[in-house]
Design a protein around this ligand. Structure first.
Ligand SMILES: Cc1cc2nc3c(=O)[nH]c(=O)nc-3n(C[C@H](O)[C@H](O)[C@H](O)COP(=O)(O)OP(=O)(O)OC[C@H]3O[C@@H](n4cnc5c(N)ncnc54)[C@H](O)[C@@H]3O)c2cc1C
Length: 501
């Protein structure tokens, strides 16, 4: 493990929040190290609903500031991260007798558009809605709101922030666990343990430590009480759920918002909101959650036959919900979604940050860091002044996209009917700190979610390039392949009849 003895900033947690803090800190002249005990983005930040969204639901609960921040950050990301954060056309169907009615919905979208500073929504009639999305059943459909949100590859967003920061001189290590060290009532750094190679732990000192450990933040001094809530998703092949646009609607059972949207050539359906026993228990969809999501699909698309066993894959993420006194027993969906920030000498803790608002969260964290005595310079301009335009530039950065484009044509063919190619895998293996097979198949690419059977049957085909690219022995490959198969079967396989509920 190559680390220096001292940093201005040590960041514990390489999800969207830690990555955004690293990115912002490195642009402002701070010497920063980020560590994650798993892969970058392996916590909640690769298991989100993948929407860069306007946070319309916060209006309903009177959280105007959250909607304002969300719509502004969404618009900014669409401009700053083309090829990675992309516009997504949505329809919100309005049914006869449904609540909220068309007037209330139109008003909410009007407010959000005013906040965004541009028109992104319009009310349309039932006939136009069915022309846009022929899977909608016309009976009972009264009208719809057509609007535009954003969609993202969440893991890639984290990776871009990390690797852009590394290109500016920041340090980032995955599969390295941090244990905070306190001296005389002040956090002075951490002990670092490599979870793959083992070896002697390293100690690093830091002027300030940022603890951005998501739902696992409870380990930090001064952390608030957290309640882990699970949100699960089904991923279908586009052929099984051939949507023309994204849909957002209310679940017929409990009127919670649910959605289905095209993503990486497949369709993501989500999400649930239920208590998860403890943050450290593996997060995966239960049979009851899968049935709940299928019930929502069947209500909206009564003419297509779909069930959970037809899914390509499943995934679940954990929300870090801050529990205020007296809120312990509130229903999950009634809990507030605010982030929490706390400070202790030498420490700034943060949990609950969103993908959509990561830049705003990072700047809030840096303001607290500055109060602890670190001088923060004005931000440097971004390393690549021309914004990326293509999918590959947005996801891999300009250098990665150019490297991939120069590979032989056969390596640029789509793998297993997905958007990914062997050339992209090779780039990740040489430049993006792949340390486990799951890093490559679940986060550098999303083959594990959108290829049939998690690409497990194709592992023999991937053995030679992976062993060559990562320098793995036959035994190491066998171990990695077994570990990947086991994790996929536990956390990502379509629900079987006998799955626990
Ligand atoms: C189901 C669901 C759907 C969501 N959908 C959306 C959406 O569509 N749009 C949106 O904007 N937001 C969405 N969110 C919110 C957003 O995804 C999360 O709030 C965000 O990803 C949390 O990021 P984080 O960096 O705080 O935590 P995480 O991503 O969980 O990162 C924390 C990291 O800390 C690491 N860590 C923990 N302890 C240690 C240690 N001791 N040493 C080193 N590393 C450690 C973990 O390994 C982990 O990688 C969703 C959330 C959920 C749960």
């Amino acid at each position: 493990m190559k680390v220096d003895a001292h940093y201005d900033l040590l960041i514990v947690g390489g999800g969207i929040t830690g990555a955004a803090v690293l990115h912002a800190a490195s642009a402002r002249g701070l010497r920063a190290l980020l560590v994650d005990r798993g892969d970058f983005a392996s916590g909640t930040s690769s298991w989100s609903s993948k929407l860069i969204h306007g946070g319309l639901r916060y209006l309903q609960s009177g959280q105007w500031r959250m909607t304002l921040e969300s719509v502004r950050e969404r618009e900014r990301l669409l401009v700053e991260r083309p090829g990675l954060v992309e516009p997504q056309a949505f329809l919100m169907p309005i049914f006869a007798g449904g609540r909220p009615g068309p007037a209330a919905l139109s008003a909410a979208f009007w407010i959000a558009d005013r906040m965004a500073g541009r028109r992104t929504s319009r009310r349309i009639g039932a006939a136009e809605a069915v022309a846009i999305e022929p899977l909608l059943a016309p009976d009972k459909l009264r009208a719809a709101i057509a609007y535009r949100d954003g969609v993202v590859d969440d893991a890639r967003l984290v990776l871009r922030l990390v690797f852009d920061a590394v290109a500016r001189g920041a340090h980032a290590l995955n599969h390295v666990e941090a244990t905070l060290v306190e001296e005389g009532g002040r956090v002075t750094g951490a002990r670092l343990d490599d979870r793959i190679d083992g070896g002697e732990p390293r100690h690093v000192r830091a002027t300030v430590t940022v603890h951005a450990a998501g739902v696992w933040a409870g380990a930090a001094p001064g952390a608030p009480l957290l309640r882990p809530l699970r949100g699960s998703h089904l991923v279908f092949a586009h052929s099984a759920l051939p949507l023309h646009c994204a849909l957002a609607w209310l679940h017929p059972r409990d009127r919670r918002p649910v959605f289905a949207h095209p993503w990486e050539g497949a369709v993501v359906v989500g999400t649930t909101d239920i208590d998860h026993p403890v943050a450290d228990a593996p997060a995966m969809i239960s049979a009851a959650e899968a049935a709940y999501l299928v019930e929502a699909l069947q209500a909206l698309f009564p003419r297509i036959a779909i069930d959970a066993s037809m899914a390509l894959s499943t995934y679940a993420g954990l929300r870090a919900i801050v529990v205020a006194p007296g809120e312990e027993n509130r229903p999950p969906s009634a809990m507030g979604r605010d982030s929490a920030l706390w400070v202790r000498p030498g420490l700034v803790g943060i949990t609950g940050g969103k993908l959509t608002t990561h830049q705003a969260t990072a700047l809030e964290v840096l303001r607290e860091v500055a109060k602890q005595g670190l001088r923060i310079a004005s931000p440097q301009p971004p390393s690549s002044p021309t914004p990326a335009t293509t999918r590959l530039q947005g996801r891999l950065g300009a250098e990665g996209a150019a490297w991939v484009a120069a590979r032989p044509a056969p390596e640029q063919q789509p793998l297993l009917g997905t958007p990914y190619t062997l050339a992209e895998l090779r780039w990740s293996m040489q430049a993006e700190r792949v340390r486990r097979l799951g890093d490559l198949l679940m986060r550098r690419t999303r083959l594990g979610l959108v290829a049939p059977g998690g690409a497990i049957e194709s592992l023999p085909m991937l053995e030679a390039p992976c062993r060559e690219g990562l320098g793995w022995s036959a035994a190491r490959w066998a171990d990695e392949a077994a570990r990947y198969r086991e994790d996929w079967a536990l956390r990502h396989a379509p629900p079987a009849e006998n799955r626990r509920s």
